[in-house]
Design a protein around this ligand. Structure first.
Ligand code: ADP
Ligand code: ZN
Ligand code: ZN
Length: 764
C-alpha cells in the first residue's frame, strides 16, 4: 500500500520550470502504451486552433526526435504551465480524427479516475493498463479421459465404494461432462491435488497433454442444462433487450431476492449482446468466483469466455487482456479490475452483488467499480446492469430517483418459498439461565435437521471476538510495537501482527501489572465449533474462517466438501454467506446478529441488513423449505427486524431517513484525506496545514478533524485523517484539486504522503 502511495510523493517533487504563461496550453503525451513506459511522457505545445479538440485520451500526431519524424501518441495530461523550457517545445501537428482506439478509451477512463478519486495520472494509467509480460510463454497442461465414458463410469463406481478418494472422484465426475479440463482449473478450483492427478494418469485412466495456450473446457453437448426463464426473468430480460435494440442505453438495477435467478437473466442479455457482435464484462466478487460460477459461464458461452482472478500473475493477466483486444474472446468474467478489459466494442457491463465492498479499490486511485462502469459505458454507449438482493443505498436511491431503471424479481427461480425466519432474544435466553452460544430453539432445530440428514449453516461475524491477548487483571492488551493494533495468538506460542507481520513469543505475565492471568480469547468460530461438537456428539463440522482458509484455495476446498455432504454443519464468518447454493441446507443459524451493528461506522446498519439477508437466503434453496434463526440482543433493531421479514423496502426507508438526518452518503458526499509520515510531528502539522487550506478554499464546507486515523500508526508510520462533507461531489473535487496544487508547490513536509478516499466505505 505504501509503495503505491509514495508515487504521490515523487510527483510532487517535480517543480514547474518557469512561471505561468497565460493563454497557452501544454500537453503530456505518451507514445508507447505499455506499463513500463507509462512514466515516460513528452511535453508539447497545444496550438490555439487545436485547443478545443485536445483532451485526455485523444490520439495525436507529433513531430518526434531529431528528424521530426511524424509519430502518433496519446494525450495523458494538460496544463497551463510548461515543465520544460518553452523555447525547446514543439507543437502538436494534428489530432487523429475519429480515432476510437481502445487506448483512447482507457486513457479517458484513467483521467476519470484521477479527477473523481484523486491520484496522479501515472497511478491512474497503471490501474487501467495491464503490465506487458516479459517472461516466456509457459506451457499449460490439460487433462482428458484416456478411457471411454462407460469405462470411466465403472471406475467412478468402484472409487465411490472406497474411502478417501474424494478428490479423484470429483475429477472423474467432471471429466464425464467435460472433454478437456485445464490443469489449473482442476488443481485450483476443483481442489484435486497434483499427486491425485498423476496417480490417475499412472493407472491409465486419464491423459495429461501439454499445450501452448489456454483453452476453455469443452462441455459435452448432452450435459448442458437447458434453463427456460420463468415469467419474471423473461420480462426482465425482454425489457433490457428491447431497450438495447431501440438504442436506449441505460443503467439497470435488478433487485432480485436470493435465489431469484439473476444470473440467468444476465446470461440471456449477454447472449443478445454477443450476437450483435459486441463484448461483455461481468464483475463478480472474487469470493463468489467459485468453480460452479465459472462453469456456469463456460457451459453457456464456451470459448468466448475468459476468467480473470487476482491470483493470476501480471503476465497471465496481460495474456487475458490481449485475448480480449484481439477479439479472441468476447466475455470477461472477474473481480473489480476486469472492468478495464480492453474490449473495443463493449456493449454490456454487469455488476453482480453490486453492494459488495470489494468493488471499491483499497489502493489509490480508490475508485468504485459501479460509478466507473457507468462512466466507461458512457464512452461506448454500453448498457450497465447492476444486480443484488440487497442493493446499496447508493444504487437504490438512484433507482428511486429514476437515474437507474429498477427491475424487481420477487420470487425464487423455481418457486421455492423464501426461508421463514425467527428472531431469538438472547437477553431472554440469559434470563432463563442459558449461557451457551446456542439458544434452545436453535439447538432443537439443529437436532431435528441432523436426524433428517439435512445440512446446517451457522454464521458468526468474527469481528469483535478476535483472538487477541489481554490481561484479565488490568485489562492491558498486547499491541504491535509498529502498529496501533492488537497482536493475535497463533499456534506454536507466538503472537503476530496481522498488518505488518511482526511476530513475538507469548508472554507468561502481564507486562503492565505482572499478573499471570493473561491469555487470549478464542476466536468466536473456534469456540462455536467446540460447542457444537459437545452438544451433538459425532456431528461432522467444517469451519471456514481466516484461520482455516489461509491456504491458497482453502475456502474452495471447504465449500466443495460441504456441497458433497462430507459434513453436517458448516460454521463460518461472513465468507460463507456469499452466493453459495447448497440445496440440502434447511437451517441457518445467525449466532450474534449484533456484532456488526456495534461498529462505529454509519454503514453498520446496512452491512448488518445485507449479511443477515444473505445468510437467511442460504436456507431452503432446494426442495425442502428452510428456516433461519437470528439470535440477537437487539430484537427490535430495524435492520434485524427488516431482514427477518425479508423486507428490503422497510429497511431502505428507515436507513435512508437516518442518512438524510445525519447527512451521510448517499444524501451527501464525504472526502477522506489521509496524511502519513514516519515522524508523528510532521503528520500532525501537515494535516493541520491542509485543514486550514480547505477552510480557505471553501469556507462553508463541513470539516471533521484532523484526528488520528482509525489505525493511528501502521508499520511505524503515523496517520492523520481529515473528513470533508458536502452535498455536491464537485465541491469535494475542488477541495482535492486545491490540495493537489498546494502539495505540488509546497516546499516543506516532503516526507509526508497524502491520499484521498471519496465516499469511503469504511473508516480510514
Ligand atoms: P441468484 O443469483 O439470483 O441468487 P441464480 O441465478 O444463482 O440466483 O439461480 C439460483 C439457482 O436457480 C441456480 O441453480 C439456477 O440454475 C436456478 N435457476 C435460475 N433460473 C431458473 C429457471 N428459470 N429454471 C430453473 N432453474 C433456474
Ligand atoms: Zn495486567
Ligand atoms: Zn504491526
Amino acid at each position: 500500500m505504501f509503495k503505491i502511495n509514495s508515487f504521490y510523493h515523487i510527483e510532487y517533487k517535480k517543480k514547474p520550470f518557469c512561471a505561468k504563461i497565460v493563454h497557452m496550453k501544454y500537453a503530456d503525451i505518451i507514445i508507447d502504451i505499455s506499463h513500463e513506459r507509462l512514466d515516460k511522457t513528452f511535453e508539447y505545445i497545444v496550438p490555439t486552433e487545436l485547443e478545443n479538440q485536445v483532451f485526455e485520451g485523444v490520439q495525436v500526431v507529433i513531430p518526434f526526435g531529431q528528424g521530426n519524424r511524424a509519430i502518433t501518441g496519446y494525450v495523458v495530461g494538460l496544463h497551463d504551465t510548461p515543465e520544460f523550457d518553452v523555447t525547446k517545445l514543439k507543437p502538436i501537428a494534428r489530432v487523429v480524427k475519429d480515432s476510437i482506439a481502445i487506448e483512447s478509451q482507457l486513457i479517458s477512463l484513467a483521467a476519470f479516475l484521477k479527477r473523481n478519486y484523486g491520484s496522479t495520472m501515472n497511478q491512474a494509467l497503471k490501474t487501467v493498463i495491464p503490465i506487458k509480460k516479459k517472461q516466456n510463454e509457459k506451457l499449460k497442461k490439460e487433462i482428458s479421459l484416456a478411457i471411454s465414458i462407460e469405462q470411466a463410469k465403472i471406475e467412478l463406481q468402484e472409487m465411490m465404494t472406497k474411502r478417501h478418494a474424494i478428490g479423484k472422484e470429483r475429477l472423474l465426475k467432471e471429466l464425464l461432462t467435460i472433454d478437456v479440463l485445464d490443469w489449473e482449473l482442476a488443481t485450483k478450483k476443483l481442489e484435486v491435488s497434483s499427486t491425485q492427478i498423476r496417480d490417475l494418469e499412472k493407472k491409465g485412466i486419464i491423459r495429461i497433454n501439454e499445450v501452448r495456450t489456454f483453452r476453455n473446457p469443452h462441455i459435452n453437448e448432452g450435459q448442458r442444462k437447458h434453463i427456460v426463464l420463468n415469467e419474471e426473468q423473461e420480462a426482465a430480460a425482454e425489457q433490457i433487450k428491447a431497450d438495447i435494440d431501440t438504442g436506449r442505453k441505460k443503467t439497470y438495477l435488478i433487485h432480485g431476492v436470493t435465489g431469484s435467478g439473476k444470473t440467468e437473466v444476465y446470461m440471456d442479455v449477454m447472449e443478445h449482446v454477443i450476437n450483435m457482435g459486441q463484448q461483455v464484462i461481468v464483475l463478480i466478487p472474487e469470493i463468489a468466483l467459485t468453480y460452479q460460477t465459472v462453469m456456469r459461464f463456460y457451459t453457456r458461452f464456451g470459448d468466448k469466455v475468459s476468467i480473470l482472478n487476482s491470483r493470476m500473475s501480471p503476465g497471465e493477466r496481460f495474456d487475458q487482456f490481449e485475448r480480449a483486444k484481439s477479439g479472441e474472446i468476447s466475455i470477461m468474467v472477474g473481480p473489480r479490475s476486469a472492468l478495464f478489459t480492453p474490449f473495443a466494442n463493449l456493449g454490456l457491463i454487469i455488476i453482480d452483488e453490486e453492494h459488495e465492498t470489494s468493488y471499491k479499490s483499497e489502493v489509490v486511485p480508490r475508485y468504485h467499480a459501479r460509478e466507473t462502469a457507468v462512466f466507461r459505458a458512457s464512452l461506448t454507449g454500453a448498457t450497465v446492469i447492476l444486480g443484488s438482493a440487497t442493493p446499496s443505498l447508493e444504487a437504490y436511491s438512484r433507482a428511486r430517483a429514476g437515474e437507474y431503471q429498477l427491475i424487481e424479481l420477487k420470487a425464487r427461480a423455481q418457486g421455492q418459498d423464501m426461508a421463514s425466519c425467527e428472531i431469538v432474544d438472547l437477553r431472554a435466553e440469559l434470563a432463563s439461565g442459558n449461557r451457551s452460544m446456542l439458544s434452545r430453539r436453535l439447538k432443537e432445530l439443529m437436532a431435528d435437521r441432523l436426524a433428517k440428514k439435512q445440512q446446517i449453516m451457522l454464521f458468526l461475524n468474527r469481528r469483535g471476538l478476535m483472538g487477541f491477548v489481554s490481561c484479565r487483571a488490568c485489562g492491558h492488551v498486547l499491541k504491535c510495537p509498529h502498529c496501533d493494533v492488537a497482536l493475535h495468538l497463533h499456534n506454536g506460542g507466538v503472537m503476530k501482527c496481522h498488518y505488518c507481520g511482526f511476530t513475538t513469543r507469548t508472554v507468561k505475565t502481564c507486562p503492565s501489572c505482572g499478573s499471570k492471568y493473561i491469555g487470549s480469547f478464542k476466536a468466536g468460530t473456534q469456540r462455536l465449533e467446540e460447542i457444537v461438537k459437545e452438544s451433538f456428539p459425532g456431528v461432522r463440522v467444517l469451519r471456514m474462517d481466516a484461520d482455516t482458509t489461509s491456504g491458497k484455495n482453502g475456502h474452495e476446498e471447504i465449500l466443495s466438501a460441504f456441497a458433497a455432504h462430507e459434513a453436517d454443519v458448516l460454521i463460518g464468518t461472513q465468507m460463507i454467506v456469499k452466493g453459495h447454493d447448497f440445496a440440502n441446507v434447511t437451517l441457518v443459524g445467525i449466532i450474534a446478529a449484533d456484532i456488526s451493528l456495534n461498529e462505529s461506522d454509519y454503514h453498520s446498519g446496512e452491512r448488518t441488513f445485507q449479511l443477515l439477508t444473505q445468510a437467511v437466503g442460504r436456507a431452503g434453496r432446494g426442495s425442502e423449505p428452510g428456516i433461519a434463526i437470528i439470535q440477537t440482543y437487539q430484537p427490535d433493531n430495524y435492520a434485524v427486524v427488516a431482514s427477518a421479514n425479508q423486507d428490503y423496502n422497510s429497511f431502505y426507508e428507515q436507513e435512508f431517513a437516518y442518512r438524510r438526518l445525519l447527512s451521510y452518503p448517499p444524501c451527501s458526499h464525504i472526502l477522506g484525506i489521509q496524511v502519513s509520515s514516519d515522524k508523528q510531528k510532521d503528520a500532525v502539522s501537515q494535516a493541520d496545514i491542509l485543514a486550514s487550506l480547505i477552510r480557505q478554499t471553501d469556507p462553508k464546507i463541513v470539516i471533521m478533524g484532523p484526528e488520528d486515523a482509525y489505525i493511528g500508526k501502521l508499520k511505524d508510520v503515523y496517520r492523520r485523517v481529515i473528513y470533508v462533507k458536502a452535498d455536491e461531489y464537485d465541491r469535494l473535487v475542488t477541495v482535492k484539486d486545491a490540495i493537489d496544487k498546494f502539495l505540488l508547490e509546497q516546499k516543506q513536509y516532503r516526507n509526508t504522503t497524502t491520499w484521498f478516499d471519496f465516499d469511503p466505505i469504511s473508516t480510514i
